[in-house]
Design a protein around this ligand. Structure first.
Ligand SMILES: [Ca+2]
Ligand SMILES: [Ca+2]
Ligand SMILES: [Ca+2]
Length: 182
């Protein structure tokens, strides 16, 4: 089954977003470091994310366990999952995004404000406020100034799994994160 070109482009962005040192390889240790950093920012509330991230690593390497993967391997694995086990992949991503939502919503009011979303982006070195606001506004589908759980989980899943060209194209775009201006 041929994979739509725009899905391949989005998955490539996800890989590059994870390959923070740009050497063409994502390692499980990088992945864990990223999650530990998340826990440092958000405390015990974020600890379940470490567990689900281990499961997600299993997803990224799909067919057999590997401590590191390259872009072609990653695309191959996601192609396999997208065609053979899309429901399983969707289920894991849903658990992951729900746990992330709980952590990012630091005041626990059930919504992510722009300030809370900025803390989240800043914690991964993304400090371009124009970019952060640009993505925030697109995830806030009903435009009420707050990202609800449904909006957050829905938009991330749409980015990863949907062929829909309307899915937020800049969400995991490291280049745009640096260069985007209003
Ligand atoms: Ca790397
Ligand atoms: Ca909140
Ligand atoms: Ca909203």
């Amino acid at each position: 089954m041929a994979i739509p070109e725009n899905l391949i482009q989005k998955w490539t962005k996800i890989f590059n977003y994870r390959d923070t040192d740009n050497d063409g390889v994502v390692r499980e240790t990088d992945f864990e470091g990223y999650t530990r950093h998340f826990i440092q920012i958000y405390g015990p509330k974020a600890e379940p994310v470490l567990e689900i991230n281990k499961i997600l690593w299993g997803t990224m390497t799909a067919k057999e366990y590997k401590p590191e993967i390259t872009l072609p391997e990653f695309l191959d694995n996601y192609t396999y999952l997208w065609t053979q086990d899309r429901c399983g992949l969707e289920e894991k991503l849903k658990r992951y995004t729900n746990l992330c939502f709980d952590a990012i919503d630091t005041n626990g009011d059930g919504g992510i404000s722009l300030a809370e979303y900025s803390v989240y982006q800043n914690s991964f070195g993304i400090t371009n406020h124009d970019y952060i606001e640009h993505i925030f506004k697109q995830i806030d589908v009903d435009d009420n100034g707050v990202i609800s759980r449904e909006e957050f989980v829905g938009e991330v899943l749409e980015f990863v799994l949907s062929e829909d060209k309307e899915a937020i194209p800049d969400m995991y775009d490291h280049h745009k994160a640096k260069t985007f201006r209003k």
